[in-house]
Design a protein around this ligand. Structure first.
Ligand code: PMP
Length: 355
């Protein structure tokens, strides 16, 4: 019997594995998907309920009120903002807008596990540049990897899963070295958690470099992971190209209203972000006091470079009631959430020991 041929590239790529979900009723903390531990604010729930009355209609295709509000908040032209079904979908649309089959996309590795899949979907080829042992992106190495076939470079800052953000000076040198017809995507899914004073001002770089595209999301700091809203900021011509490559009606009406309500409640949400950053500091300090050599984190997670011990360590965490994310043979990523979860996690880390 003949079978439908599937694209080989997807059989060869590791799938995007969702973080383990806490079993219903179990006293487990889910620290495996870099989610926001806080429930939605009442004003956001009210917006979601309001939106429900209109779901027999298609949403505003380009989420105009939302993109205009985001643009106003960032100080960019409204036509520069393109929304989509989470920033992971928007990344796919950026690649679809600029890559021809066989073009190259330079990316750090290890980094966000969806990158190789998104590149394959765009029929492009991934060029991986290893992150350093300190979890930092090798920007000079990434600039050196650019060839005439390179259409896009992905700069994940802070880098998922290792944690550090790039520095402004090294990013400026990098942008000066990369040709202007290569799109540089600054994936800033965790930007609201960054406290490093040396981190770049991405909006200033966007203003200076027409090939810079910012990628941001409502999933993390704004706590709307389940509603799937992200966006790109690009120069109007490129933004129009990304819009043309987008899934029609990708952001639901309910999601648009919730994101708008979140923008209105921004100061309260950013206070929660401050609390998560405080908890991150406590987690990093606790690990280092136990002798762990962990990279800096500017995001809502911490990386333990455990090598072959990753899977066993994750299992121990699960037994203790915290679900973390192992990357086989490489390390474990732990999201920063509730205080009690940090306490349980630190107790496991201490019992397991850094070596
Ligand atoms: N970029 C990075 C670096 C991420 O870690 C994630 C989520 N894990 C995303 C993008 C995508 O987030 P979303 O699609 O929820 O906006």
């Amino acid at each position: 019997m003949s079978r439908v041929p599937l694209r080989r590239v997807f059989a060869e790529l590791p799938p995007y594995v969702p973080g383990a979900r806490a079993a219903v009723g179990a006293a487990a903390y889910k620290l495996s998907s870099n989610e926001n531990p806080y429930p939605p604010l009442p004003s956001v729930v009210a917006a979601i309920v309001d939106g429900a009355a209109d779901v027999n209609r298609y949403p505003d295709m380009h989420a105009t009120e939302l993109t205009t509000a985001v643009a106003g908040r960032l100080g960019v032209a409204p036509e520069s903002v393109v929304a989509g079904t989470g920033s992971v979908a928007v990344l796919g649309h950026v690649l679809a807008a600029v890559c021809e089959a066989g073009d190259e996309v330079v990316m750090p590795w290890r980094s966000f596990e969806a990158y190789p899949i998104a590149v394959a979907l765009a029929h492009a080829r991934q060029v991986r540049v290893p992150v350093g042992p300190d979890g930092r992106l090798d920007l000079p190495g990434m600039a050196a990897a650019v060839t005439e076939r390179t259409r896009v470079v992905l700069v994940c800052t802070p880098n998922n899963p290792t944690g550090p953000a790039v520095r402004d000076d090294e990013l400026r040198d990098f942008l000066a070295a990369v040709p202007r017809d290569v799109v540089v995507v600054l994936d800033e899914a965790y930007v609201e958690f960054v406290r490093d004073p040396q981190a770049p001002d991405a909006l200033a770089l966007f203003a200076e470099h027409p090939n810079v595209v910012l990628l941001r999301t409502f999933s993390k700091a704004y706590g709307l992971a389940g509603l799937r809203v992200g966006y790109a900021v690009a120069r109007p011509r490129l933004a129009a190209g990304i819009r043309a490559a987008s899934t029609p009606f990708g952001v639901s009406h309910v999601a648009q209203l919730a994101a708008l309500a979140s923008l209105r409640a921004e100061s309260e949400l950013l206070t929660r972000v401050d609390a998560i950053v405080t908890e991150r500091t406590r987690m990093l300090a606790g690990l280092r006091a136990q002798g762990w050599d962990v990279p800096d984190s500017q995001a809502n997670f911490v990386w333990l470079p455990l090598g072959h011990r990753a899977a066993g360590f994750a299992e121990r965490c699960a037994h203790a009631g915290v679900l973390v994310r192992p990357f086989a043979g490489d390390g474990v990523r732990v999201s920063v959430g509730e205080r009690e979860a940090t306490d349980i996690f630190l107790a496991v880390a201490e019992a397991h020991g850094p070596r």
